[in-house]
Design a binder for this molecule. Sequence first.
Ligand SMILES: *[C@@H]1O[C@H](CO)[C@@H](O)[C@H](O)[C@H]1NC(C)=O
Ligand SMILES: *[C@@H]1O[C@H](CO)[C@@H](O)[C@H](O)[C@H]1NC(C)=O
Ligand SMILES: *[C@@H]1O[C@H](CO)[C@@H](O)[C@H](O)[C@H]1NC(C)=O
Ligand SMILES: *[C@@H]1O[C@H](CO)[C@@H](O)[C@H](O)[C@H]1NC(C)=O
Ligand SMILES: *[C@@H]1O[C@H](CO)[C@@H](O)[C@H](O)[C@H]1NC(C)=O
Length: 560
Amino acid sequence: MAPSRTGWTVAVLCGLALSGVEAVPSSTLVDPESTFFSTNLIAYSSELNIDQSDGDLWPTTWADDDNVYTANGDGLGFSTDQADFADCTVSRISGTPETGLSGVRLAAGDALGPIWVNGSYNRKPTGIVAVDGDGDGKDELYLVVQMLNNGTGDVAFNDVPAASILRSTDYGVTWTSTEAPMFTNYVFTTVFFLDFGKSNFQATVLGSDDSKYVYAYGLDNNWRDSVDGSVPDPQSVYLARAPISSIQDISTWEFFSGTAISPAWSSDIAFRQPVLHDTRRVYPGGETVDGFSVISQGSVVYNAPLNRYLYTSWTDYTFEFYEAPQPWGPFTLFAWKDFGVTPWFGLNTTTPKNGGYATTIPSKFISENGTKMWVQSNWFVGAAANSDWNYCFSLRSLEVTKYSPSTPENQPSSTNLAMIDGTVPICKTAHYGHLSYLNDGSTLSEDSWDGSLKDHDRWGYTWPIEYNMNRIVYTTGDSFSDGGWFASNLTVQIRHGFIWEDVTGLAVSPEYPYDSSAVPNKEYTFTFDNAAGDGIQIIGVPGGSWTFTSIGELSVYLNS
Ligand SMILES: *[C@@H]1O[C@H](CO)[C@@H](O)[C@H](O)[C@H]1NC(C)=O
Ligand SMILES: *[C@@H]1O[C@H](CO)[C@@H](O)[C@H](O)[C@H]1NC(C)=O
Ligand SMILES: *[C@@H]1O[C@H](CO)[C@@H](O)[C@H](O)[C@H]1NC(C)=O
Ligand SMILES: *[C@@H]1O[C@H](CO)[C@@H](O)[C@H](O)[C@H]1NC(C)=O
Ligand SMILES: *[C@@H]1O[C@H](CO)[C@@H](O)[C@H](O)[C@H]1NC(C)=O
């Protein structure tokens, strides 16, 4: 394998080990604020790794020849020859996840363009777009390459002072650079183009004038939390656009500067306004004292069938997915997926569970109805013993249902609502990725150990439509010395209109003991006043020194 890897936390983990600090992260539940989707299901692990590929990041575009063009950081691309290792490699991918994917390495390293900064820096791809900007009837490719610190120790991977755009008129074989970097001074970093589908065609949704541009997002300061604090952490996403005929000419770029009347654009970058500003932090107290900032290198894709813009971001332990009605927002969080601390378990283990970084959703792989997508992401450190990882072009599924108001259904009292088609289990985190154990009809045990001290824990379901319900049966899972039970405040909540509310008239039989005698495999029946909703959860304060709970099964009913 390659000697160095882009941007994960090797340096930080080493730093912690050396300084002897043993901080324990804390974490809490996050309730996404978007009301666009009623359910979202993100696979707990990579599902499709193209094993003959090597590298990370992999921003993608869909060109007029029906191929996907992509670029990876630190790796071989689609090659098995170690001599092909490069800081940045461009490849072509043909096929689909359903029919099979294959890739070809096209160009790499110095053949792409210069390194713009003196010192320890190298090239990393952040965005790519295919569009016919010169009107010759075929697409050119434009690749954003950013200079990333590749020094040793704490500074490694932690700042990105310059970037520029490279152009190819022969589908990625040869590349032409600008004469100077286009983006400097940390104000618009990590530039990635809005993925408007094949040949940028879906930009037509913006109207004929606005479709003559490519749109690109940039982050403030850095490509992710700069763990060593060398530059401030990113908290804002900005939007810019360039005429398709002059993408490499920064003087023709315009920056989104607000929506006071209609979207306004300014050629002065100083007037840029964020389309998303998020100051949340996750898992404080661990690798970063203040927690990981949530704005990171990812992609924004236009999901045409759903007419929605999806920004996929991440932290070291979570996915943070946002949606917006327009390229300029407003972006709101719709999915929060928590993979817990590493070590993770790879695709080839019996308990696959892994997150990853540089999350993207390639437009070519979005289903015709828009509800099924594939998320690309990578990880490589912190693999559990005997586990593989996915330091390669790697996909997992994301399935969504769009919210629409519904009249609550009454199901027969014999129907376990958790078994109905379209049910999506939810949790704080599933230690082994076995979220399906909640409604598999068996008492196989999953738990919520995630390496953090949690103030709350949850298990439950969401549905595409509303149901009436008044009974939930919780079968606990395995017993552990350091957790597995709720310590206090266990209650039942129903989601209605995207708000979780405590049920009324709650009674539990037998009484829940709030100590280790609640496990293993004990059944507790919660009854409550009839309530309508498209989600239900048990929620409380987890117990034990590692503050987690276990679960075997969770069933939901409407008693007549
Ligand atoms: C990098 O160093 C070279 C040689 O000293 C110098 O000519 C060039 O201006 C420097 N570039 C930057 C961006 O500082
Ligand atoms: C940083 O990247 C440059 C360009 O790829 C390479 O020449 C150099 O050896 C790298 N430095 C380290 C410390 O890996
Ligand atoms: C949407 O398409 C996917 C993939 O083809 C399919 O599995 C799903 O059932 C479709 N959903 C609807 C609501 O038609
Ligand atoms: C995973 O298993 C498959 C099938 O045995 C194998 O072809 C592949 O190389 C393995 N991948 C990794 C990353 O270990
Ligand atoms: C548990 O519930 C009580 C009563 O509602 C509340 O005062 C207390 O703050 C809760 N404890 C925790 C840890 O949430």
